[in-house]
Design a protein around this ligand. Structure first.
Ligand SMILES: [Zn+2]
Ligand SMILES: [Zn+2]
Length: 379
């Protein structure tokens, strides 16, 4: 019986989320709710499995389309896995492409994994911080070696015993398809750890690992873009217990996903910034010097006489820095011609007088717009 909850809500993504966003959300939540990292929390396993179920559906374009159209009822003809009856390790092996390199906590065929889990977290930056670079405190939970039992999982003073099921090999041979072939799988009794614990360490319930809070200062380089990842080597989790009980060996990495908040005055395209500057009709016609706010200061922009609505003035070096070279791009200022909605009596008089002198030749004075009209008609 699948969950009746909304799959987008389970993964915490928008209904318009891309495949990558869904994948990322699932990976993060699977790490968060992994039962190994939430000892004694039965809700975590339920949540972990609900996430797997939601991901399996939303990751399949056809099943996602059915779900979008008809909800849960639309999926009855397209069976998925019953995650509630599956082992956590098997779910990990099933989505190996996502968790690749993270270690699965003892699933079949994963004995070669020597690194710990990679972890993922997010930070949000303002555009001003993208300009200067930023430093962020990140706080996250990671599974670490239990200090009480130094990772063995056995109560201090007691010792783990060699696993009787696999004779301490961590693997067992099984016969498949009526004896046609034999395959080697992870020992179901010790889950590949080679030993079993009779007297469990109370602090980690025999797991050898406990979730620990970790605080870290992370430097985000100037010029970074939304969605880019800063990788902090070795700040992930230690190798899983079946590889190294004491956690020796390379840790996984911490992936810090950068989100850049929208700015009210600037749009960004790579290192280029774009903004809109309102100017009065008279300023556009006569020319003017306008003081405008750049991202990190002010700039006196010389507006040429005869400037048109939509004209672009690039200001060199006032954009964002390139991530590698740190060379700053341009700020493109788009002119927005503002026509006054109300005139004073004096203004009306002057403008009427001006109008009597005006000889506007549309075909000559507005060629760009006429081109646009023609493009629209032919396109
Ligand atoms: Zn312990
Ligand atoms: Zn065993």
């Amino acid at each position: 019986m699948p969950t009746q909850r909304d799959y987008y809500e389970v993964l915490g993504v928008e209904r318009t989320a891309s495949g990558d966003e869904i994948k990322r959300a699932y990976r993060r939540l699977a790490m968060k709710w992994h039962p190994d990292r939430n000892p004694g929390n039965t809700e975590a396993e339920v949540e972990f499995k609900a996430c797997a179920e939601a991901y399996e559906v939303l990751n399949d374009p056809e099943r996602r389309a059915r779900y979008d159209k008809h909800g849960h009822a639309g999926l009855r003809q397209t069976p998925g896995h019953d995650f509630r009856s599956m082992h956590v390790e098997d779910i990990f092996s099933m989505f190996q492409d996502i968790f690749g390199g993270m270690g699965g906590g003892g699933g079949g065929g994963r004995r070669g994994v020597a690194r710990g889990y990679d972890l993922e977290t997010e930070v949000e930056l303002t555009l001003e911080e993208v300009l200067t670079g930023a430093e962020r405190e990140v706080e996250f939970k990671r599974l670490d070696v239990c200090q009480t039992c130094t990772g063995s999982g056995a109560k201090p003073g007691s010792k783990p015993a060699s696993c009787p099921t696999c004779g301490g090999h961590g693997q067992v041979q099984q016969t498949g398809f009526g004896g046609m072939f034999r395959m080697v799988t992870t020992c179901p009794n010790c889950r590949g750890r080679r030993t079993v614990i009779t007297d469990k360490c109370a602090d980690c319930r025999g797991q050898g690992r406990v979730p620990l809070q970790r605080k870290l200062s992370v430097k985000i380089p100037a010029g970074i873009s939304d969605g880019q990842v800063v990788r902090i080597t070795g700040e992930g989790e230690p190798p899983p217990p079946e590889v190294s009980a004491t956690g020796e060996g390379p840790r996984g990495d911490l992936h810090v996903v950068v989100r850049v908040r929208d700015h009210e005055r600037f749009e960004r395209e790579g290192t280029t910034l774009v903004t809109v500057q309102p100017i009065a009709f008279a300023q556009a016609a006569l020319g003017a010097t306008i003081r405008l706010k750049t991202l990190d200061g002010e700039h006196d922009l010389v507006v040429e006489p005869g400037t048109q609505h939509g004209d672009v003035y690039p200001i060199a070096g006032q954009g964002l820095p390139d991530l590698r070279t740190k060379k700053r791009g341009d700020l493109n200022v788009i002119m927005q011609l503002v026509v006054p909605r109300k005139l004073t009596e004096a203004q009306r008089k002057l403008l009427t007088e001006y109008a009597s002198t005006e000889r506007l030749n549309v075909n000559r004075d507005a060629p760009s717009l006429w081109k646009k009209v023609k493009d629209t008609l032919s396109g």
